[in-house]
Design a protein around this ligand. Structure first.
Ligand code: HEM
Ligand SMILES: Cc1cc2nc3c(=O)[nH]c(=O)nc-3n(C[C@H](O)[C@H](O)[C@H](O)COP(=O)(O)O)c2cc1C
Length: 489
C-alpha cells in the first residue's frame, strides 16, 4: 500500500476531495460524506488531517471496514509523518476539561471505600469528561421521569416474613434459561469507550468473573465480534438490536449475531427516535465557553450555526436509520422467520403492550423507559399494574424481565428484590455499569456486582427468602403516602 506525508493528505480537505487519517491510515471519504450518519460537516472539519481522537471513542472499530470500500483505504502515513503526529499530540495544549479529569483521576478513592452504587456514581461524575457525563447521565426533557423512576421504589415496602431458615441463601437464577449468579444483567448501553479506553470489554470480563449476563448495545463502541472474542467460551451474551429500516441489512445483522454466538435478541422499541436530552445537546457549548469565555447574542446578525443545532445530541444520529414502522403484525413474524434465538421486546411501557407482546408469542419483555430517556411511567409501576390487572401475563411469558430506572432507580439490592417479588425474572442496569467501568475499569464493574450480590442476599434473608423462588408478590406492599393537602378556598 502506498504511503503519504501529512502535506499530501492536507491537500484533500474539501467536499470535492476529502481525506482523513485514522490510526495512521489514510482514507478517502469524499463519496461517503453525504452518507455519514453524523453529517458531512463534522467529517469535513477533520478533512486533510488526523481525526483519530474524534473518531475513536464513538465508532466501532469495524465501522470503516464495513462502510468504506477497500479502494477508499488509500494507504498509510509515512514514518516521519507518524512521528510528527505523535510529537504534536504530546505538545498539544490540554483543554480545561482534560486537565480537570486528569486531576480528578489522581484523587480517586481506593475501591475498598466504595460501599454502594451511588458511591461509584459519585466518583464517576468527578472523573468523566464533560461530554461523556452529559451523554451518560442525560434524560428526557426536564429529567423528571428520571427522578420518578427512582422515587417509584420508595412507594413499595417489604412485608417481611420471619422465623424462616435463611442461613443458606442462594440468589442465583436463570434468564431465558441461562444461569446468572444474581437476578441482574447488564442492559445494553451505547459508547462505553467514551468513559474508558477498554469500554465494553471491561464489562464483558467482569460479567464473566461474576457470573452475570451482558447484553451488548447495537451501538457499542467495540464491535460485536471484538466483544465476543474477549468473552469466555462459557459466557452468555445477549444482543440488543436497533432494527435498521432496510430489512435485508437488519437480517444480516441478526444472522451475524447468531453466528458470533449471541444467545438472544433484545429488540429495542422505545427509542425509534432519540429522546430530547438537553444536558447532552448543551455539552459542546459548555465546553466551548469553558475554553474561550461566554458567547453572547450578536445583535443585528444571524448567529444561527450554518448546519443548525444538533438537537439529537451524542449518538442521536445513531438511530437515524432505524425502522420507525415496526408493528406487532409485521416485525415479530419477520424476526421469528430469520432467527431461532429467543426474542425479547425491550421497551414495553404499559400493560396494553405487555398483553400484545404475550399474544405475539415473544419469549420475554423488558419493561423499560430507556433509563428515562423517554418520558413514560416508571417501569416498576408498569410491573405493578401488570401484577394487579393481568397476572396471567407472567405465565404466558417465559421471561417477563424488568429493567430500568436511572441514576437512583435500581441502585440497591432491595430495589432488585422488590421487582423480583412483583414478578420480574431479573433486572437490567445501564448507567451503573458505564460509571463503574469509566472510573475503575474491569475492577469497578466487578465491585458493583459484588455490592449488589451482598445487598441482594441481605434483602432476601431479611424478607425470609432462601431462594429466588421464595420471593412472592405478597412480600411487597405499595404504600402511597400522599399528603392530604387541604386547600383553603
Ligand atoms: C471516515 C471517517 C470518519 C470520521 C472522521 C468521523 C467523524 C465523526 C465525528 C467527529 C462525529 C461526531 C462526534 C460527536 O458528536 O462528538 C461522528 C459521528 C458519527 N459517525 Fe462518524 N466519522 C467517520 C466515519 C464514520 C463511519 C464509517 C460511520 C459508520 C457508518 C460513522 C458513523 C457515525 C455516526 C452514527 C455518528 C453519530 C454519532 C452521534 O450522533 O454522535 N462515522 N463521526
Ligand atoms: C448512556 C445510555 C446509553 C444507552 N444506550 C442504549 C442502547 O444503545 N440501546 C438500548 O436498547 N438501550 C440503551 N440504553 C438504555 C439501557 O439499556 C437501559 O434501559 C437503561 O440504561 C436502564 O436505566 P439505568 O441506566 O438507570 O440503569 C442506554 C441508556 C443510557 C443511559
Amino acid at each position: 500500500m502506498p504511503s503519504f506525508t501529512l502535506q499530501q493528505v492536507a491537500q484533500h480537505k474539501s467536499q470535492n476531495s476529502c481525506w482523513v487519517i485514522i490510526k495512521n491510515k489514510v482514507y478517502d471519504v469524499t463519496e461517503f460524506l453525504p452518507e455519514h450518519p453524523g453529517g458531512a460537516a463534522i467529517i469535513l472539519k477533520y478533512g486533510g488531517r488526523d481525526a483519530t481522537s474524534a473518531y475513536e471513542p464513538i465508532h466501532p472499530p469495524d465501522a470503516l471496514d464495513k462502510n468504506l470500500p477497500a479502494s477508499k483505504h488509500l494507504g498509510y502515513l509515512n514514518g516521519e509523518s507518524i512521528n510528527i503526529l505523535q510529537q504534536e499530540k504530546l505538545k498539544a495544549k490540554k483543554t480545561k476539561d482534560e486537565r480537570r479529569v486528569e486531576l480528578a483521576r489522581q484523587r480517586m478513592p481506593p475501591l475498598s471505600r466504595i460501599l454502594s452504587l451511588m458511591d461509584m456514581e459519585n466518583v464517576a461524575r468527578q472523573v468523566l469528561s464533560h461530554k461523556a457525563l452529559a451523554y451518560y447521565s442525560s434524560a428526557s426533557d426536564d429529567e423528571i421521569t428520571n427522578s420518578e423512576n427512582a422515587r417509584a421504589f420508595t412507594r413499595f415496602f417489604f412485608r417481611a416474613r420471619v422465623m424462616r431458615a435463611v442461613a443458606h441463601c442462594d440468589p442465583s437464577t436463570t434468564i431465558l434459561g441461562f444461569r446468572s449468579s444474581i437476578p441482574v444483567f447488564v442492559s445494553g448501553a451505547a459508547l462505553a469507550k467514551l468513559g474508558h479506553p477498554d469500554g465494553e470489554l471491561n464489562i464483558t470480563r467482569a460479567a464473566c468473573k461474576e457470573g452475570i449476563i451482558q447484553m451488548i448495545s447495537s451501538n457499542s463502541s467495540f464491535s460485536a465480534a471484538d466483544i465476543m472474542a474477549s468473552a469466555d467460551q462459557s459466557q452468555t451474551l445477549f444482543f440488543q438490536l436497533y432494527k435498521h429500516r432496510d430489512d435485508d441489512i437488519a437480517e444480516r445483522r441478526v444472522r451475524e449475531m447468531e453466528n458470533l454466538g449471541y444467545k438472544a435478541i433484545f429488540l429495542t422499541v422505545d427509542a425509534i427516535v432519540a429522546g430530547n436530552r438537553e444536558r447532552d445537546i448543551r455539552s459542546p457549548w459548555i465546553l466551548e465557553e469553558q475554553e474561550s469565555g461566554p458567547v453572547y447574542f450578536a445583535s443585528g446578525t444571524s448567529d444561527e450555526p450554518k448546519d443548525g443545532v444538533n438537537v439529537f445530541g451524542t449518538a442521536g444520529a445513531l438511530v437515524a436509520n432505524d425502522d420507525r414502522d415496526m408493528t406487532w403484525e409485521k416485525t415479530i413474524p419477520w424476526l421469528r422467520s430469520i432467527t431461532k434465538l429467543p426474542i425479547v421486546i425491550k421497551g414495553i411501557q404499559c400493560v396494553e403492550d405487555a398483553i400484545l407482546a404475550a399474544e405475539a408469542k415473544v419469549d420475554g419483555i423488558l419493561l423499560s423507559n430507556h433509563g428515562a430517556r423517554c418520558s413514560s411511567l416508571p417501569p416498576l409501576e408498569v410491573l405493578y399494574s401488570i401484577r394487579q390487572q393481568h397476572p396471567e401475563i407472567f405465565d404466558k411469558l417465559e421471561d417477563s424481565l424488568f429493567s430500568d430506572p436511572l441514576a437512583g432507580g435500581i441502585r440497591r439490592g432491595t430495589d432488585i428484590i422488590k421487582a423480583v417479588c412483583l414478578g420480574a425474572k431479573a433486572v437490567g442496569l445501564g448507567r451503573p455499569f458505564l460509571y463503574a467501568q469509566s472510573a475503575y475499569g474491569q475492577s469497578g464493574v466487578s465491585k458493583i456486582i459484588e455490592i449488589l450480590r451482598r445487598e441482594v442476599v441481605t434483602a432476601m434473608r431479611l424478607v425470609g427468602a432462601s431462594t429466588i423462588r421464595d420471593l412472592r408478590p405478597e412480600m411487597v406492599q405499595r404504600v402511597d403516602w400522599h399528603p392530604h393537602v387541604h386547600v383553603k378556598l
